[in-house]
Design a protein around this ligand. Structure first.
Ligand code: 5GP
Length: 181
């Protein structure tokens, strides 16, 4: 699992890791928000309605789920189980609440916390990203300290100072657990 505070660049590092190592299976999460420009259903996320999400929760179809910024995200359990049964290592990009849930249910999971070089840099990246404004941006900023503190409980911490370097460090960590590309 790769986690870390909002805006740290999890998505970019995950994409780079998947380019470097196509043998990893990327778990596509369910999300209740609308797609942003350029996002494709089934690629970045499965975009579902609140009702569909409720149904997934009720049926026990999610390995974990969490609320964030007025919408919900969750990991469909079945694809993760199928891939793991096939011996394929699965990569999750997930928020810190979800990571804690998966840790409780999947004892051999590996938690990698991606952190910014400094808190100031994270705030700058969140503002520069320009995908959120006003209250949404403020809410993300308000969560930063709690999310940064959550890093203490992770198995590994990687500083996202440079995408390629951070992605290679993630790969090295996975290899340390016996993952082979
Ligand atoms: P976005 O900016 O795409 O609206 O939200 C990204 C946030 O959702 C990130 O913090 C990311 O880690 C989190 N996220 C994405 N997929 C999942 C998931 O399946 N479960 C949980 N708990 N968080 C997720």
């Amino acid at each position: 699992m790769i986690s870390g505070p909002s805006g740290v660049g999890k998505g970019t590092v995950v994409r780079r890791v998947l380019e470097l190592d196509p043998s990893l299976y990327y778990s596509v999460s369910a999300k209740t928000r609308a797609p942003r420009p350029g996002e494709v259903n089934g690629r970045e996320y499965w975009f579902v309605s609140e009702e569909e999400f409720d149904r997934m929760v009720e049926r026990g179809e999610l390995l974990e789920h969490a609320s964030m910024f007025g919408h919900r995200s969750g990991t469909p359990a079945r694809p993760v189980e199928v891939k793991r049964a096939e011996g394929v290592d699965v990569l999750l990009e997930i928020d810190v609440q979800g990571a804690a849930q998966v840790r409780g249910r999947v004892p051999d999971s590996v938690l990698i916390f991606l952190e910014p070089p400094t808190r100031e840099e994270l705030v700058r990246r969140l503002e520069a990203r320009g995908t959120e404004h006003g209250t949404d941006l403020e809410r993300r900023l308000a969560r930063v300290d709690g999310e940064m503190a959550a890093g203490e409980r992770f198995d590994h911490r990687v500083v996202n100072d440079e995408v390629d370097r951070a992605a290679l460090e993630v790969m090295a960590i996975l290899h340390g657990y016996g993952h082979t590309a």
